[in-house]
Design a protein around this ligand. Sequence first.
Ligand SMILES: C[S@@+](CC[C@H](N)C(=O)[O-])C[C@H]1O[C@@H](n2cnc3c(N)ncnc32)[C@H](O)[C@@H]1O
Length: 424
Amino acid sequence: MSDKAPDALQARRTTIYLLDQVLGEGRLLAECFAAGALEKLQPQDRARTQRLALEVLRSLERADRILQKHLKKKPPLTVMNALRLGTVELCSGGAAHGVVNAMVTIVSKHRRHGQLKGMVNAVLRKVADHGPAEWAKLRIPRLPNWLRKPLVQAWGAEAVLGMEAAHFAGAPLDITAKPGADLSVLGGELLPTGSRRLSDAGQVSALPGYEAGDWWVQDAAAALPAQMLDVQPGERVLDLCAAPGGKTMQMAADGAQVTAVDASAGRMERLRENLARTGLSADLIVGDALEQTGQFDAVLLDAPCSATGTIRRHPDLPHAKDGSEFGGLIELQAQMLAHAWDLVKPGGRMVFCTCSLLPDEGECQVEEALEMFPDMTADRECFDGLGTDPAWITEEGGLRLRPDYWAERGSMDGFYMALLRKAG
Ligand SMILES: C[S@@+](CC[C@H](N)C(=O)[O-])C[C@H]1O[C@@H](n2cnc3c(N)ncnc32)[C@H](O)[C@@H]1O
């Protein structure tokens, strides 16, 4: 494709489609991408579409506040999403003429709502005049109440405001190095926990050392569970719920014999590609964690969860979900924890972790497991020398990480993790 203008239009049209899917159908962006939503786009339009969709979802509340002044009634969702995209583009420096024309063109071609193009034109012209000045005065977008309420209850109102600021700012790129790889050429900041953080990375696959497999992308918080497990060369380790494999790679790079299990064949394929790129190896099993058997020196269980700790990178989540699935996940986590415990040999150890902000998926799970299994103890010493703050250690002996921590450094994913030792 050589013509630039139609491509930019296609990127915006696809962005609106993605917003319709998230806000209308409750689908996650990752599901839309896996189903091929970006397939027909050129690489630069793909990147632009993803960036635009993330920006709109992060600032949806601001866009709606600006738009509500100019709308007598809410238009159909897809037209509203065109207005939202136009508003976000205009308020973040987009050229008024180009943005307004693009949205009018897109809406004019809509089979059912083409007649609303005049309204779109009028509203976006008003937004172009006044929106950019109003934008910065609006509050940082809040989480929807279904999630905000339990988080305020768990962590307090001030902490949640800090989390929302982190969600709005988005996430820098964190990198885990293969042992021995020198990543100083990448610049950025070496975090106290050992990850390297790049604030303005650009295209990941173009960075030095990516092709050679010297490193992989992994949030600083997500890099800690494998560090806590501290596997030794030759140990037999089971990585349950392993794909796309950030933790598998850490443990394989440390010389352990890793068996990685995941129920999703598609995600396991990504793990396979990651291992091939980094030149690391592990035994891969596509299957149910609950059906695994055997005895291992160490088990890492990164259980499926609400993923509410990852909203900085996945701002679609609070809009696509409503919390109704979380009860089932909490039950599954408890079952997995109990099953995984059976697979730890006497004298062995296990890390249980979830990328969730909800205590029900973290602190409470470990508290209950400690009551249920007399041979289980939580190891608090594993946090020594990890680069984390002692104040983050929880009552039952786990580590609670939150996006309002390290605010001055660019924050971190929300995570819970605990190292559980089995009596010998
Ligand atoms: C939080 S993600 C894992 C991230 C991974 N540990 C990493 O570090 O890259 C949770 C994973 O659990 C997998 N999963 C969900 N239910 C499962 C089950 N019953 N058995 C095995 N894997 C499961 C999902 O496919 C998903 O890949």
